[in-house]
Design a protein around this ligand. Structure first.
Ligand code: UDP
Ligand code: MG
Length: 125
């Protein structure tokens, strides 16, 4: 998911391009501003952080489903560390962000998590 700060900064194309160039396949995409209810479900164990909820709800996001061999592991490597100060140059967070509270991209951390997150973010409403 491309977070609100990346949308606002005009990084949507750059981020999508990296996954496309790597060879992954985009199979679903949604552009909308998530409700607090959705964010609380997504960040269940972290939803007590008001700053995180405010940040993630501050504008539209781009939620995507990417498909390909080892997509979760490779996707996490392409994103870089949670704290951009630790994210290597060449990673998305390493190249375009500075601090954890504005780290521009979310990625599922396991296939099981991805399945849950896809069901949540792409639920029919
Ligand atoms: N986060 C934060 N402060 C912290 C830890 C996490 O603001 O000290 C936010 C940050 O946006 C991060 C998200 O919470 O991306 C989820 O945290 P997680 O540890 O799952 O990192 P990620 O999987 O995004 O690398
Ligand atoms: Mg995580």
């Amino acid at each position: 998911m491309i977070k609100p700060d990346a949308v606002q900064r005009g990084l949507v194309g750059e981020i999508i391009k990296r996954f496309e160039m790597k060879g992954f396949k985009l199979i679903a995409m949604k552009f909308f501003r998530p409700t607090q209810e959705l964010l609380q479900q997504h960040y269940a164990e972290r939803s007590f952080f008001p700053a995180l909820m405010e940040y993630m709800g501050s504008g539209p996001v781009v939620s995507m489903v990417w498909e390909g061999l080892n997509i979760v592991r490779s996707g996490r490597q392409m994103m870089g560390a949670t704290n951009p100060a630790n994210a290597l140059p060449g990673t998305i967070r390493g190249d375009f962000s500075i601090q954890t509270g504005r780290n521009i991209i979310h990625g599922s951390d396991a296939v099981e998590t991805a399945n849950k997150e896809i069901a949540l973010w792409f639920a029919e409403t």
